[in-house]
Design a protein around this ligand. Structure first.
Ligand code: ATP
Ligand code: MG
Length: 553
């Protein structure tokens, strides 16, 4: 895989740690909560964690951070595993679960109680909020803060046994209610939640908080560099406090980097869910979604997503990244690797009146201009063909390098033709063009020296096939749709999907495998739909146009 980028401060830290001997093997982890689908931001985190492990001959664990059973599910677990693999990464050993450490975490909670570092608190949620103080005012000690060790041990045991209702008691660390860092004001370690867990069933009715679980899990797994996003910076003193006060087997360290926020994109799980729930998109894997499964269905490639994550580097600022960089990476990859084909999106029939009615000439075209390994494709040529309606004008000035009445154009991979006549209906709508071929122009210029200026694409009407083509654009028409609370719903691009039911494709394209990538010449990059495409009913999704039409204007 690719080298780590230079603009990666985490690599600098790791190199120093390896050089000083603080660590001998780099161990990282990607810790998703299985409560939703992965999105482009997670792809960044995956590329950082797995990428650093790979670059330093280390290991990276996949650990499900499953401490909140209500919103989590086995289905999300499986989808996340598939997405990580699709992105091209393999975790070290078995998948890990925070829930498999529940007993150890509980034993450590008991340890804190025994050492006078944790207590059971009876304050209601509202009272606790009031006692907590504010950013400018210190908090107040809970009335239960001075409970004896014996009393706390008894109450904790009974919390675990299910004797108390949800919300009746919590276990809190005994740190400092006057700390300027709110996270240090006696944070909660355990809550009562009488819900079944997707991994542990009914074994537990108390569940650890993220803060109490995360660092200890890192210690259990021997994580050397626990990499997370900047919003956890203020939690780091607490992360360290637990490790300092517990007999953990290792001493991981937390490092934070800036979240990836691409422009024209929303990445909050809550907002993505709203798009799905309100039917703005067809599902989590709608090709307009910034989810990994959506990008996959759109035709984005793992290599291009990884390259984008490398290009933007890893920094300690939370800036917005231009989504055009992602689109650039996709185009660049597909330009190198996608097989070429011809597809007419807006068909206009051209009858080549000099060409015999029953003749089928099998021409051939390169699968790719400079990739011999992508082979040749058979391209049948017949008397009736389709061209794109935008590629014909009855009259035009010299800038228009396509087919004009009385003028010539080259059909891509085939002959030069000349337009003779326009056939219209009573309403003046164009039904067809009559034209003729210029003999001897297959791969040659016309003998009379009258060279056409332009090249257009075409498909045989008799031998081509129809296909459904889904033209996708960005889902949002505003650069920063995520600003503000629900403003994003007002910035939906009304033209983010146009479905063409009857485009014409060259016959070879019907044989595409689902998820096979193509450049449709002069149109853009397309992918055979992962679910809906078949030889009997071809369906293609537009991944991205050939050029950046948003910045090119
Ligand atoms: P959301 O805020 O969308 O609910 P999350 O951060 O709660 O996402 P997790 O499943 O907890 O989702 O995230 C797993 C890992 O991915 C965490 O380490 C988190 O920091 C990281 N991550 C999530 N979103 C981004 C992002 N936009 N950029 C970089 N890393 C991210
Ligand atoms: Mg999270």
């Amino acid at each position: 895989m690719e080298d780590p980028p230079a603009n990666n401060f985490l690599q600098t830290i790791i190199s120093a740690d390896l050089a000083s001997g603080r660590v001998s093997t780099v161990v990282t982890r990607f810790p998703p909560e299985p409560n939703g689908y992965l999105h482009i931001g997670h792809a960044k985190s995956i590329s950082v964690n797995f990428g650093l492990a790979l670059a330093n001959n280390g290991r990276c664990n996949l650990r499900f951070d499953d401490t909140n059973p209500e919103k989590e599910s086995q289905a999300f677990i499986e989808a996340i595993e598939a997405d990580v693999r699709w992105l091209g990464y393999e975790w070290d050993g078995e998948v890990r679960f925070a829930s498999s450490y529940f007993q150890q975490l509980y034993d450590w909670a008991v340890y804190l109680v025994e050492h006078g570092d944790a207590y059971v608190c009876d304050l209601t949620a509202d009272e606790a909020r009031e006692y907590r103080g504010t950013l400018t005012a210190p908090g107040r000690n809970s009335p239960n803060r001075e409970r004896t060790v014996a009393e706390n041990l008894d109450l904790l045991e009974r919390m675990k046994a299910g004797e108390f209702d949800e919300g009746a008691k919590v276990l809190r660390a005994k740190i400092d209610m006057a700390s300027p860092n709110m996270n240090m004001r006696d944070p909660i370690l355990y809550r009562i939640r009488k819900v079944a867990h997707h991994q542990t069933g009914d074994a537990w009715v108390i569940y650890p908080t993220y803060d109490f679980a995360h660092g200890q899990e890192d210690a259990i797994e021997g994580i050397t560099h626990s990499i997370c996003t900047l919003e956890f910076e203020d939690h780091r003193p607490l992360y360290d406090w637990f490790l300092d006060h517990l007999p953990v087997p290792a001493r991981p360290r937390q490092y934070e980097f800036g979240r990836l926020n691409p422009s024209y994109t929303v990445t909050s799980k809550r907002k993505l869910k709203q798009l799905v729930d309100q039917g703005v998109v067809s599902g989590w894997d709608d090709p307009r979604m910034p989810t990994v499964s959506g990008m996959r269905r759109r035709g984005y490639t793992p290599a291009a997503i990884r390259r984008f994550c490398d290009m933007i580097g890893t920094t300690r600022s939370d800036g917005v990244v231009d989504v055009a960089m992602l689109e650039f990476a996709i185009r660049d990859d597909l330009n190198e690797n996608a097989t070429r084909g011809m597809c007419v999106l807006n068909p206009l029939k051209v009858v080549l009146t000099d060409y015999p009615v029953d003749r089928v000439e099998t021409l051939s075209a390169a699968g790719h201009p400079n990739r011999d390994d992508l082979g040749e494709r058979a391209l049948p040529f017949t008397r009736e063909i389709y061209i794109d309606a935008d590629d014909f004008r009855e009259e035009a000035n010299k800038k228009y390098k396509r087919l004009v009445l009385g003028k010539r154009v080259r059909l891509r991979n085939a002959y030069v033709i000349e337009a003779d006549e326009v056939v219209k209906n009573d309403n003046g709508e164009i039904l067809a063009i009559h034209a003729h071929t210029i003999p001897g122009t297959l791969g040659e210029d016309p003998a009379d020296g009258i060279k056409p200026k332009g090249v257009i694409h075409w498909v045989s009407a008799a031998q081509g096939r129809t296909a459904e083509v889904r033209l996708y654009e960005r889902l949002f028409s505003h650069e920063a749709p995520d600003k503000g609370d629900n403003a994003f719903m007002d910035h939906i691009n009304p033209a983010s999907l146009t479905i063409i039911k009857q485009a014409w494709i060259e016959p070879a394209l019907a044989d595409a495998q689902p998820e096979q990538h193509f450049q449709f010449e002069r149109e853009g990059y397309f992918v055979a739909d992962r679910y809906d495409h078949s030889a009997a009913k071809p369906v293609f999704n537009r991944t991205i146009g050939l050029r950046d039409t948003w910045t090119d204007g």
